[in-house]
Design a protein around this ligand. Structure first.
Ligand code: ATP
Ligand code: MG
Length: 349
């Protein structure tokens, strides 16, 4: 019996979570696994009822669960709120509370969708299949000191990029472990020609790689990596990188696949519960219309089965079903082809 905390959130979040839940019910029947779902309020929806984007009840429910499936949070309705009350704070706080230091984002361009990739003319069908492992709790986004100083007429603003060897080591291990289950190649991305944190990053990753002699390691500068992703994405298996670079590269990689509506993610740490969510946001422009693509959320549920519960066969079953559906021509509007029929969210589910 696995306890799953479902946090639907805002916009299309509840719409796609509903479909993932449907898929998990089917898995339950097929594989004789038992899921116990508990739903929690999060984001703008939680603010409306409890006055906070991550109420204590939700946090407690999450901490008592084995894994978290998260929809999306945010929307124009809550943009005016002060920072601590904004829906997005919920996900930042969750990552911190659960100490989820590694974000895993697979980017796959399905053979049957290769035409929706902006690279359709230079990717060979099916050859884009990579995993970005992004450090999630350190680096530039969290380093101190940060702030502003007024010196006469000039304003000076500063941020600090900090990494400890321990922080690098633990996320590097996640990348090497993941590579072992894939094509056994890690590309570590940094800016070691300029940044001290990157020099340390390179040293530590080299050190960790000695524990994984079966995995091939190479290093690449981030500017080159941004270019290589467009020129020849097929060369990558696992990309390991720090927080800021990972933020940018994972968005870049995601658009190469055709639609953000297809991409899942997992945020993991030393021990569970881990958190799974689609890469897309709450997409307020299409919310309530029943047209969102639920595949990103469904594949996030598959990642949950694989990483949190070690139910590999069940995870594979979901991935195969997605591929088969695409092969049969089923499409939501974001991945539609020409005049072909477009399915509603629930039909795709
Ligand atoms: P965030 O700030 O949370 O990243 P955002 O508005 O920047 O949110 P998304 O919510 O990810 O970005 O959506 C960007 C656009 O992509 C949406 O406006 C929508 O048109 C489209 N989109 C996102 N997710 C889906 C989906 N599951 N199915 C179809 N289209 C989607
Ligand atoms: Mg966005």
């Amino acid at each position: 019996m696995y306890n799953i905390a479902l946090l639907p959130g805002d916009g299309i979040g509840p719409e796609v979570i509903k479909e993932a839940k449907k898929v998990l019910y089917a898995i339950q029947e097929r594989f004789g696994i038992k899921f116990n779902f508990k739903e929690g309020s999060v984001g703008g929806a939680a603010y409306e009822v409890f006055g906070a984007p991550l109420p204590d009840d939700t946090l407690n429910l999450v901490k008592d669960s084995d894994a978290v499936l998260f929809g999306a949070v945010g929307g124009p309705k809550w943009d005016h709120l002060k920072r601590e009350l904004r829906p997005e704070q919920a996900i930042l706080k969750l990552r911190k509370e659960l100490n989820l230091f590694a974000n895993l984002r697979p980017a796959v361009c399905y053979r049957f969708l290769a035409d929706s990739s902006p690279l359709k003319n230079n990717i060979i069908s099916g050859n884009l299949d990579l995993l970005i492992v992004r450090e999630l709790t350190g680096g530039l986004y969290f380093g101190t000191p940060r702030g502003r100083e007024n010196t006469g007429q000039t304003v000076r603003a500063f941020d600090t990029m900090v990494y400890t060897s321990e922080e690098i080591k633990r996320v590097a291990r996640v990348a090497f472990e993941a590579a072992r289950k894939r094509r056994k190649k890690v590309t570590s991305v940094d800016k070691a020609n300029v940044l001290e944190t990157s020099k340390l990053w390179r040293e530590v990753v080299d050190e960790v790689s000695k524990e994984y002699p079966d995995v091939e390691l190479s290093h690449m500068y981030v500017d080159n990596c941004a270019m290589q992703l467009v020129l020849n994405p097929g060369q990558f298996d696992v990309i390991l990188t720090e927080n800021t670079f990972g933020d940018i590269l994972s968005d870049e990689a995601s658009v190469l696949t055709g639609s953000i509506g297809m991409l899942p993610s997992a945020s993991i740490g030393e021990k569970g519960p881990f958190l799974y969510e689609p890469c897309h946001g709450s997409a307020p422009d299409i919310a309530g219309k029943g047209i969102a693509n639920p595949i990103a959320c469904i594949l996030s549920a598959a990642m949950m089965l694989e990483y949190s519960f070690d139910e590999k066969e069940a995870a594979m079953c979901i991935k195969d079903a997605v591929e088969k559906s695409l092969e049969l021509g089923y499409r939501t509007y974001d991945i539609k082809e020409g005049e072909g029929k477009v399915l509603a969210t629930s039909e795709m589910g």
